[in-house]
Design a binder for this molecule. Structure first.
Ligand SMILES: C[C@H](NC(=O)[C@@H](N)CCCCN)C(=O)O
Length: 467
């Protein structure tokens, strides 16, 4: 048998260059998914929408995914590979983002109803692209890093997405110059930029495939593909069911919260949407103004996870305890939402946000590698696609539900709120998220029990098999 020749992925420099190129796609798509949170106040005053309609706009990214578009993405990825799937979903995401941007400029009509309809249609299309791109980029990361620094590469890949969320949330008001449409157009152009970089990546992908195929002919290991029919096996796997439900409960209390957090901070704690003029302020005053700005403070949550997710990831790798850490993350989530809803202390509010940030780093760091211990490798693609699909059911409900509940519980004061005479009371909508935290703890304990029964090895370090 001939010796296996070195391929492009055996070069660390090329591997990491590829990671940066494909992660820019995550940066752009996460930005577009989350940037509207910093614009809620502006969207309400400029587009004349209420909280429930804002909720519908942000929730629309999940609608097509709720009925299985991520699974379709998974099938296309399996059947036609990274290149075809990446191009198809890159076009879908770019088209969706462009329609949303055009709608905000009034291209399809400038009455609020028409704008909203086209914004939702655009975001629905974008949402199909977003989730499938997340699966495609993750799969591409596995292709290049399997056998190398896979966990670190995955953490860095998600970190690019979190940067997108953080910067999009924190700076969209300034980027738009105090208007919605330019901020949406900028966010849409980031997706186009990420897509162009992904097209450039395809040169590396084609070369790697040629080299791998040549090695296969010379006796290298054949790759195992996962099949859609394996879905039935997943549906009967107790551990997979618990971790999927935990994923829905946990993320429903985090991603939707982040979309409303700037508005919560403005309405509950008197934070600002727009930074005052900082030029004549002392350094302390500047810091004070930034820490009193809703979008900037919210942006710190995903920013903090960029540092902490890889740290927690390496703790999980070295010490294990993934299920226990998910339980801890769920407790922190409850603390966060209780302190942000029931109390009126700004200090406790900051503590709540820090606690949420730690949970947001801890649970994903423990959850995503755990899936790989529960599910066989050739079913991982199907597993992640199914988890994202079910996750979207929860996200769709809560993205919209928080806004709708906000309007409902404040229904007597809506006119005064619109006139700027009163503020929204966020107590009940945020308390609802505590229920997600309680369900998360229950599911994390069930997962721990299933781990003991089925010996998945969730509490063991990476690479150690349960006996
Ligand atoms: C890795 C994980 N990704 C998801 O949950 C995806 N469904 C993408 C969601 C994008 C939301 N901004 C994560 O981001 O933790």
């Amino acid at each position: 048998m001939d010796a296996i020749k070195k391929t492009l992925k055996d070069s660390a420099a090329i591997r990491w260059l590829v990671l940066v190129i494909i992660s820019m796609f995550m940066f752009g798509t996460y930005w577009f998914q989350d940037f509207m949170s910093g614009l809620k106040g502006l969207m309400m005053s400029e587009l004349g929408i209420n909280s429930s309609q804002f909720g519908l706009i942000i929730s629309s990214t999940t609608w097509a995914n709720m009925v299985g578009m991520i699974m379709v993405g998974g099938i296309i990825l399996d059947k036609w590979g990274i290149r075809v799937a990446g191009v198809v979903f890159g076009i879908v995401a770019s088209l969706g983002a462009s329609i949303t941007a055009m709608a905000t400029y009034g291209v399809f009509g400038d009455d609020p109803g028409t704008m909203m309809k086209f914004m939702m249609a655009g975001r629905m299309l974008f949402g199909i692209g977003l989730e499938s791109i997340c699966v495609i980029v993750t799969r591409t990361t596995v292709k290049w890093f399997k056998g190398y620094e896979l966990a670190l590469a995955m953490a860095i890949n998600v970190a690019f997405g979190r940067f997108g969320t953080a910067f999009g949330t924190a700076f969209s008001v300034e980027i738009g110059g105090g208007h919605v449409a330019p901020a949406v157009a900028f966010a849409a152009s980031l997706i186009g930029f990420g897509f162009i970089l992904f097209l450039a990546y395809l040169i590396f992908d084609i070369r790697l495939d040629k080299q791998v195929n040549a090695n296969k002919k010379e006796g290298g290991e054949p790759e195992e593909d996962f099949k859609f029919s394996d879905l039935v096996k997943l549906a009967t796997n107790k551990g997979f069911i618990y971790i999927t439900l935990l994923c829905v409960a946990f993320y429903s209390a985090v991603f939707p919260f982040i979309q409303y957090a700037p508005d919560l901070l403005v309405n509950k704690f008197g934070f600002t949407y727009q930074l005052p003029d900082l030029s004549s302020m002392t350094l302390f005053e500047k810091i004070g103004a930034i820490f009193h700005n809703g979008p900037k403070v919210t942006g710190l949550i995903p920013l903090g996870t960029i540092l902490f997710t890889p740290i927690f990831g390496s703790i999980v790798d070295k010490k294990g305890k993934a299920a226990s850490l998910m339980i801890l993350g769920a407790f922190l989530l409850i603390f966060a939402h209780v302190s942000l809803s029931l109390f009126n202390s700004v200090t406790l509010g900051y503590l709540g946000l820090v606690s949420l940030g730690v949970a947001f780093a801890l649970v994903p760091a423990a959850m995503w590698p755990s899936v790989a211990k529960i599910v066989a490798e050739n079913r991982l693609g199907t597993a992640y696609s199914s988890m994202f699909t079910i996750q979207n059911w929860g996200l769709g409900l809560f993205f919209w539900g928080i806004g709708a509940l906000l309007d409902f519980v404040n229904r007597a004061d809506l006119a005064a709120i619109k006139a700027g005479e009163k503020m929204y009371d966020y107590t009940i909508p945020i308390l609802t998220l505590v229920i997600c935290g309680v369900i998360s703890i229950f599911l994390a304990f069930m997962l721990l029990r299933a781990d003991k029964q089925n010996k998945y090895g969730l509490e063991l370090p990476s690479g150690v098999e349960a006996k």
